[in-house]
Each structure stands twice: as C-alpha cells, then as structure tokens.
Design a binder for this molecule. Structure first.
Ligand code: ATP
Ligand code: MG
Length: 235
C-alpha cells in the first residue's frame, strides 16, 4: 500500500557523532521502514573506506544499505569513491595521493535523486570528518541541500559529542530533523539521556533503537516502526 502520498518527503543525511555509532544500522532500518510504507527509497554512501569486499559492492556499508532498500543502483552512483585505507577522505588523500571528488559525489547524488523519491545518505565518521582542507562533512551536507538526522550512542560521553555535533550543524545552518539514540551498548538510561539532550540542544529525540539481533526486513521494520517517531522524521 502506498501510504507515502500524504507525506512531504525529502532526502536525509544520516550523520553520526562519531564513527561506529551505528549510522549504517540506523540508515538500513529507516530504509526498510520507508520502503514498507511504499516509498521509493534509494541509498548513498558518498565516501567509504577500509578493506574492499571481494564480492558485490566494495563497501560493506553500501551492501547493507542497498540490501535494506532493495536497490541495485550502480556502484559509481551509490558510492562514488572508496579509499582502501580506514581513514577520513582528507587523510586518505594525503596518504594515497587520490583526491576526494566532491563534484562527482554531488552529481551522483543528483542522478540518484532522479531515480528515487527519497535518498538516505550515510555520512562518514562524524560531522567534522575532513574531506578537503576547509571542507568537512558539514560542507557536503550544505551543498546537498538536505536536512540531517543525528545518530548518537547511549554510552557515557555521548552528551559531549551530541552537543558538539548539533552546534556545528547550527554553525553551518544545516536543518536537523532530530536525534536518534542508538542504544546498543550500556550507558545512560534512555529517559534521562532523551531529557538532557532535548533540553541542552533544543532538538527533538526521535527515539532510541535497542540492540538489533536480527537484521531481517521484518525485524527492522518492527523495531523502527515501534521506536522511531516517523511522523516527526518525515514532517
Ligand atoms: N542497534 C544495534 N544493534 C546491534 N549492533 C549494532 C547496533 N548498532 C551498531 N551495532 C554494531 O556496531 C557496529 C558499528 O555500527 P555501524 O556500522 O552501523 O556504525 P557506523 O556509524 O555506520 O560506522 P562507520 O563510521 O564505519 O560507517 C556494527 O557493525 C554492529 O556490530
Ligand atoms: Mg557505516
């Protein structure tokens, strides 16, 4: 059933407070929920890095995201650049002498946007991960002209990281749709963390995601439907 007709949908940039906070898992869950709502959702990971997979997409993140969205878009659009070392695009550039191709990323995003109604774009590392000198993830989001969702963890230390992330988005005038707490490790009680993050940042916490045992479609759909305020996310 197409329940997406009444919703004014926009692409979203899924940013994180750090690497390994769960951007891929959260983006995958959102892709499944949107798809189950009848939304034609695409995914993108502009820059990826690390060891390349031997089969399928080079990036494991792209593999997870594409499988969640059930898309098979060309790799050069979904992941325009892959660096073979685990580092920021800037550091990879300095080390490998391969310059990050921002204009290719932007044109790929435009092309993907024509193929799908909504694109979920997964960031790389945190919001200030450097791509070029004086050009960070924040600059990329700004050029994509899309709002962001901030994924944060519940582990102690998260308040500092989340406040810094929100402040930087504000400095760059990036609209923030909300914060999603990825509660997959022990840390703050979610009620306390939600209250404090909302009071400190003025940004709505859209929900929290527990430890995911099962990455199947049915499981992700159920977890994200139950735990995320989708109305607010899609408003
Ligand atoms: N909700 C969750 N339930 C279970 N495991 C999780 C959850 N979120 C994250 N993880 C675990 O943490 C790891 C890192 O999560 P994920 O790959 O989503 O982080 P990321 O922010 O996308 O990292 P990167 O910066 O490398 O893209 C996952 O491989 C998984 O093992
Ligand atoms: Mg990831």
């Amino acid at each position: 059933m197409d329940t997406s007709k009444n919703i004014l949908l926009k692409s979203l940039f899924i940013a994180g407070t750090d690497t390994d906070v769960g951007k891929t898992y959260i983006t995958a869950g959102l892709a499944v929920v949107l798809r189950k709502m009848g939304v034609d959702v695409g995914v993108m990971k502009p820059f990826a890095a690390g060891d390349a997979q031997k089969k399928g997409y080079k990036s494991e993140d792209v593999e997870i995201l594409s499988s969640a969205a059930q898309t098979c878009d060309p790799e050069n659009l979904v992941n325009p650049q892959f660096f073979l070392i685990p580092a920021s695009p800037y550091t990879a550039w300095k080390k490998l002498k391969i310059k990050p191709k921002v204009s290719t990323v932007l044109s790929s995003f435009k092309k993907l946007s024509k193929l799908h109604k909504v694109i979920l774009v997964e960031g790389m590392g945190g919001i200030m991960t450097p791509i070029l000198k004086d050009y960070y993830i924040t600059n990329l989001i700004k050029e994509m002209k899309i709002p962001t969702v901030i994924v944060t963890r519940s582990k102690i230390g998260t308040v500092n990281h989340t406040v810094m992330t929100v402040k930087m988005c504000e400095k760059y005038k990036i609209p923030i749709k909300g914060i999603i707490i990825n509660d997959f490790e022990s840390g703050y009680p979610i009620k306390d963390l939600t209250r404090d993050l909302q009071n400190l940042t003025g940004i709505k916490v859209l929900g929290s995601i527990p430890f995911i045992q099962d990455m199947s479609d049915a499981s992700l759909n159920q977890i994200f439907k139950k735990n995320i305020d989708l109305k607010l996310l899609l408003k």
